[in-house]
Design a protein around this ligand. Sequence first.
Ligand SMILES: Cc1cc2nc3c(=O)[nH]c(=O)nc-3n(C[C@H](O)[C@H](O)[C@H](O)COP(=O)(O)OP(=O)(O)OC[C@H]3O[C@@H](n4cnc5c(N)ncnc54)[C@H](O)[C@@H]3O)c2cc1C
Length: 1020
Amino acid sequence: MPQQQRLPFPYRPEAGIVSSHLQKLAATLDWAVAAPLARPWVQAVRDNPPPFWAMESLLKEYPISSAEGLALMRLAEALLRVPDAETAIALTADQLGRADFDGASDGMMARLSASAIAMSKKFLPEDGQNSIMSKLGARTVVAATLRAVQLLGRQFVLGQNIGEAMKEADRSRKDIPGLRFSYDMLGEGARTGADALHYLASYQDAIKSIAVHADVERACEKNDGISIKLSALHPRYEDAQHARVMAELVPRVWGLCEMAARANINLTIDAEEVDRLELSLDVFEALAAQVAKQHPQWKGFGLALQAYQTRSLDLIEHVISIARKYGLRLMCRLVKGAYWDSEIKRAQEMGLPHYPVFTHKHHTDVSYLACAQALLAAPDAIYPQFAGHNAGTIAAIIQMAARNADVRRAGPPQASTAPSGGSDVHEVTNVGAGSSFELQRLHGMGEGVFREVLKNPQISCRVYAPVGAHRDLLAYLVRRLLENGANSSFVHQLADESVGMDALLTSPLRLEPESSLPLPPALYGPGRPNSEGLDLTVESMRAPLLAALASTQVPVAPEFDAKLIDGPVNTGASSYQKWSKIDVAERAAMLRHAADAMQKHMPMFCALLVKEAFKTWGDAVSEVREAIDFLRYYANEAERIMAPIALPGPTGETNMLRLTARGVWVCISPWNFPLAIFTGQVAAALATGNTVIAKPAEQTSGVAQAAVRLLHAAGVPEGALQLVHGPGETVGAALVAAPGVAGVVFTGSTQVAKIINRALAAKDGAIVPLIAETGGINAMLVDSSALPEQVVDAVVQSAFRSAGQRCSALRLLCVHEGIADKVIEMIQGAMQELTVGYTAELSTDVGPVIDREAFDNIQKHLQRLGSTSKVLPALSARAQEAPDSIANLVLPAAFEVSSLAEVKDEIFGPVLQIVRWGGEPQKVIDQINALGYGLTLGIQTRIDSRAQALAAAAHVGNIYINRNMIGAVVGVQPFGGEGLSGTGPKAGGPHYLYRFCAEQTVTVNTTAAGGNAALLAGVA
Ligand SMILES: Cc1cc2nc3c(=O)[nH]c(=O)nc-3n(C[C@H](O)[C@H](O)[C@H](O)COP(=O)(O)OP(=O)(O)OC[C@H]3O[C@@H](n4cnc5c(N)ncnc54)[C@H](O)[C@@H]3O)c2cc1C
């Protein structure tokens, strides 16, 4: 169970926070003094580019906002890992084919890279032709491009192993004596236990090597050190796995700390994503307590802190309080933050009230300076390490440090609110001999500015030095390319001569009252508020959910007598007379009102979903949000499509087209999305003026009752929305067969959809429309350019989340033979890390399946697969520990099948089948199409043109490229399939409501009353 929150709420408006920072800085920082300090540095760099300047030039020439920059980044990310020539050629052709690399550039490296790339382009097969000649050329091109990308990558890596890196470090120290290094062992975060142990061993080896050269006698800050990522050391370094992390990760990191403490070197824990911050603090404090007990003299323990977080200053205060509580002096590396783009996306996806990071670049700069000031003011507790390459920021820090040193020299601080002033650069740079802070930069970045800054002998610098093979460099390289290539980046602007000195060194000390991006609740514009989500890692957000669990009872419902079905049908018909005539705006207002109420009662609805449908908390929140979105979306859509359209025609008449309701609709919904699908169907029918008889799945009648109560309370008359409970075979069948039903909307199995279809066809009277959304054998096609870690994340989420009980869930993974061994091994490893159990526990990933019948059915499939295919043993110790007392728990299972044709049935549970493929990916899509289903498809490839071609060839409703394939969002990914997977139209899409309506044109002969007055008056 996650711990109490230590920091303030992370999602707050940024303006208030920035104002407060600005006030604090007004007393300590004078930009007019700081900026002149930076001017000569900038000038010197521009006059005399450093040896590696070429990198910045390259990115200046090909910024990531350009096709060339993007291509460069894509190639850098993927090319080195592709194992087979075919795919490497296709990838290179794809990326280079659409960019123009022929321009010249300054600098040796840039020229080399650019010309290799330009040369590559010339050799590329055009229009995808694959003759032997062009293929031979293409291999050369790929080799040249590989070389270019390796050269690019090498600029950011100090060595391929720690020994090589340390030698490089010593070489650098010949030029800049006293330069310190913090080595970073490259790699993606661990997905499996084996990955974590591999990274642990690599950190251990590195510390051993660093220790040999460290001096235990001198101040620890003068030794080289190491930076570690907690996500590399545990495959489930997540807030929801708090207990595991504390029990398993802390001892692991403590082992590294002990080694670092004995060697008297700096060990810094890197800062990662915002949702891991609280967890990282718990880990950090647990370790700090151990340090205080066992190595109290060690001054090298530290962590990185991100200034772009809106609560960064609170974080700093918290870390200072940890240092003082345990009597330690900690090292704190202040960074701006490397995950800005992904933090913004996550907040938007989760519908959070605000962003956890600043949205204006200069607000991050302000925050950085406010944090720097706080760190400088706590020398008893903190050794500050200021990391970054921005000359303005560095100058401001030096000014603040000099002022601090002045204050220290002058004795206790005087009450003063004004900056100390003083424009003498020498005074400003006098930060105190053996200064009590250091600057840090990344290897391969900022050399030019630092060459100038370090002319001041009082200033120390440490280089963050990635170490690793080319294969491990990719994720890191992309981060750096993004950073360097972004227009707002200082490094990028420094390289761009068109940005003048004044613009480059403009004061960041100003407030922007509004966020630079629409806030997540306003993502869909003013007309449709986004549903509000929750961050379950935030204590104050999850507490109401957990409280609701205790107070929420699942209502029980009496079974309806199918023989009495005429009653509700007649009520629906008579209510239709009134409901259909209500103005669409009024009906829409009721649905919006219901949406607001559902938002307000989110904890209760989530608790119901957890209790009745065995949803995990995360799934429950997503489902309530989806239901809210349906209500608002269909309210808007009904208003949009039901407005009459005037049609052109001859003079003397008016022609108008309008949509009208059809009558009584039967809405039959499943248990797997008992709130979202139920609400979506009902809202669509009601919004368009139909009345509804809803029959929810028997397993989840409680959720349906709560939803109907809410809609009635929002103003929907009881006759317009009626609920009947009971089995599909009796109550559902009676409803479908009843005369007077104007339409049926059904979500469930293909088999039942066909039964309904036949029953409707057999009825006398009008032809009744059916909307059926059914399941599928959903596949994911992975080629060898895909990133295995990303594939594994997507597979595990898509196949096992919600215990595989989603229509969209992944059933069949088709993985390229070149990477299959690795990917399959990682999937098995990741499956072993899943927690299976009660969904009321936040740590649970996979809960029970819905009932005994479902369980038995899955077991039959498991037995069959067990005897016909290769079982991938992924039953984890953790899963086996799951209490036997939980009924209907199916442990996640995976099987390797020898051919795609063997896969026949949709298995509605946490069961994945895997098949290897080689040759043409198009053939795999043909085989997937031949299965006859067409709901969801995942494609994982870095070859954009291939992804688009495969998507175009697939007869599938929802295609997800390079991500998981579940969690369609209303109005964003309208959902529904074709073939055996459903009739369409897509739920949550702009065509859905039409199916609920009849169309009517009204033509009025305006000359009937006499002559054509309008024509004669000249206005027709
Ligand atoms: C030694 C060292 C160690 C590092 N360790 C870590 C670490 O552990 N964790 C980590 O996350 N990062 C780390 N970084 C990366 C760091 O966070 C920055 O991404 C990088 O240094 C760029 O900052 P800058 O001052 O050099 O450049 P600048 O150009 O001045 O700043 C760029 C930064 O501004 C922020 N930004 C960009 N656009 C916006 C916007 N629209 N609104 C608000 N803010 C914006 C981002 O944080 C971006 O990185 C480290 C950097 C160094 C030098």
